[in-house]
Design a protein around this ligand. Sequence first.
Ligand code: GLU
Length: 339
Amino acid sequence: MSIRVRFAPSPTGSLHIGGARTALFNWLYARHMGGKFILRIEDTDAARNSQDAMDAIIGGLHWLGIDWDEGPITGDATGACKGDRGPYFQSQRRDNYQQRVSALQSRDLAYERDGAIYFRMSKDPITIPDLVCGDVTRAPTDREAKDPDFVIVRADGQPVFHLVNVVDDIEMDITHVIRGEDHLSNTPKHIALFRAFGIEPPKFAHIPLILNPNGSKMGKRDTGASVAYYQEQGYAPEAVLNYLCLLGWTPQDERNIFTAEDVIKEFDLPQIHRSAARFDGDKLKWVNFEHIKGMSNDRYYELATHALTSAGINTSEHPIDYVKAALDTVREKIKTFTE
Ligand code: GLU
């Protein structure tokens, strides 16, 4: 079986550290297995989407070196990946959802009530065979047991997340859904939808949350919660990628410093930790320090020069050997390029 995974962000904010880690784990798994990694923008909720969020997602993935494999030819729809393929945009796939809803209605698996379309949800407990969490059985709550049916198309015609997410996973032949644990509560609905469409659900791997150092859930507004912050603060993308891996995964030899190529060789889903990861900004800084020491000279000069340019210092006004010699004097001292 050829592995097909996807990162399916909603373009509603910055690229969060948690989102970047989800993208990374999907990408690592695809690359490890020789499969395909798909980027799918879940943008059906027009009121909540923004172009800035789109740019942050695409820009952040590019910065980290996470590339995707397929999608429609984009023309200039996304700027950052002009001429490339993909990503897929759900807003361009409405006909598919409409057809799938009609199919459910014609088999009486969905029905109209008050202008909205409801899915007839199973009343039986549903077991999620999760590759990270093990078997998770969710029985409907009392309220759900009375009326477990849920809306799949709103009265204004907008298809709902659960529906579009499952339809696309079916049509994109997704074999493994790797996503944040916050979606575990949605998964019974998704499994029921897969079954209603007569499709064997994909394998699920829900990755534990990322916590702040004090144990609270890392929210969108916490300092350092977005990838852009590290771009601006002088971190090397290879160091951030390295650190994101450590949020929920450990290499067999338990070393802390590695490259994407190293991880691709051994990354697998059962090794993902079951407990939440704590974000440790000091450790990330140390990882960055180690990468700065260990990277090639050319890479060091490239990132350092870029940081100087961002700070308004034009290195091209000086002889290149002078610039390099000056940079060499601080290489073992700086923890970030902004320093
Ligand atoms: N759009 C959902 C999110 O951003 C995708 C969830 C999934 O990966 O299935 O959380």
